[in-house]
Design a protein around this ligand. Structure first.
Ligand code: SAH
Length: 337
């Protein structure tokens, strides 16, 4: 086990099991996340025997940064994991602070037709410490604090549910990195049963759904997951999620030239979403090696946006980041092997 994969509850259980007081868990969190001490031997307010026991039971290594590439307001970090696998995370500078886009799996099995990251089939899930580690390693490298986290890198987070939830609990904890739940966004292609589980845990995080199509037939062509969890069921699941959590959901919609970007599609999307507490985030497509997909022209993006506005749907266009260094959505790991 790695110490950074432990939620406070699990660490408390561990201490109780070895006949120690629960509050030791808080002390460990303070060392790891507030003092950023990676070496258990230096946890000086904890008895030597306990430190030795911790060293016996846990490792504390973090993923290492092996490459850093910069573009305007964005940087991409390549990480080496302990078994030799590699993943990427992206740091973005906004006027409101720093955000990081973390990966949740090595590769991805969802097979979305337009996404480069999905070309590499899933090798394995990331453990919670490998996700926490992306944040800690980047903060250490840049000597600044990150204020928001999006789980939108490589992988499908709801296909790695338990570890992703532990990761969220750890970074959200006030004694750990203390990133507010409202500053954490999980993006999914729509694994319905896991959306239900997510709605039942009391974490006020943001949920984003990669919708990308305004009807079932089109979504089937773009996203294989739609065969298992079709669009009408997904819309129903979003409705239930909103009813249960009282939270607004983000709908992600990539604009693909001549595929889903006409005013017909905009009206269809508006009809699909009418009455739901959602807002649509339009994503200009980042071109990849999938030559069949092209970015929509600016005028079509504007028209799509205007049409949704007129239909009284809340909508924004996602700011474009990092396509030069292949750090943009859907481009991660397109250059690294
Ligand atoms: N698996 C999760 C999270 C990873 S993808 C999900 O599907 O939501 C993060 C977002 O980037 C998703 O909305 C994804 O569909 C989108 N994306 C993938 N390829 C893209 C590309 N080439 N250009 C723009 N967005 C892309």
């Amino acid at each position: 086990m790695n110490l950074y994969q432990m939620t406070i509850e699990n660490l408390e259980k561990y201490f109780v099991n070895i006949g120690e007081k629960k509050f030791k868990a808080t002390q460990v969190f303070e060392w790891l996340y507030q003092k950023r001490e990676e070496n258990v031997a230096n946890f000086t307010n904890i008895k030597k025997e306990i430190r030795e026991r911790l060293e016996k039971d846990f490792t504390t290594d973090l993923p290492s940064i092996i490459k850093r590439e910069k573009d305007v307001d964005v940087e991409k970090f390549l990480f080496l994991l302990r078994d030799g696998e590699k993943i990427e995370a992206v740091l973005m500078r906004h006027n409101y602070g720093l955000s990081i886009c973390v990966s949740s799996q090595v590769g991805c099995n969802m097979g979305c037709k337009f996404c480069e990251s999905g070309r590499l089939k899933k090798v394995r899930n990331l453990s919670a410490d490998e996700m926490v580690g992306q944040i800690l390693a980047i903060e250490k490298e840049i000597k600044e604090r990150i204020s928001s986290v999006v789980i939108m890198g490589i992988g499908e987070p709801l296909d790695n549910y338990e570890n992703v939830i532990d990761f969220i609990k750890i970074i959200n904890h006030p004694k750990a990195i203390a990133i507010g739940a409202r500053h954490i966004t999980l993006s999914t292609c729509g694994i319905i049963p896991k959306m239900k589980s997510l709605s039942e845990i009391p974490l006020q995080i943001n949920l984003a759904i990669s919708l990308h199509a305004s009807n079932n037939e089109l979504r089937n062509k773009l996203m294989p997951i739609n065969k298992g969890y079709p669009l009408p069921d997904l819309i129903e699941a979003i409705k239930e999620y909103i009813a249960k959590t009282n939270r607004r959901v983000t709908i992600e919609y990539i604009l693909l030239k001549n595929v889903n970007d006409s005013t017909f599609h905009a009206h269809e999307l508006a009809n699909l979403l009418r009455g739901l507490n959602v807002y649509v985030n339009l994503i200009p497509y980042n071109e990849t090696n999938h030559i069949e997909f092209k970015k929509s022209e600016k005028k079509n993006i504007d028209l799509f946006y205007q049409t949704l506005k007129e239909e009284k749907i809340n909508v924004t266009v996602r700011r474009e980041f990092g396509s030069k260094i292949s750090a943009a959505c859907g481009q991660l790991r397109s250059k690294e092997v």
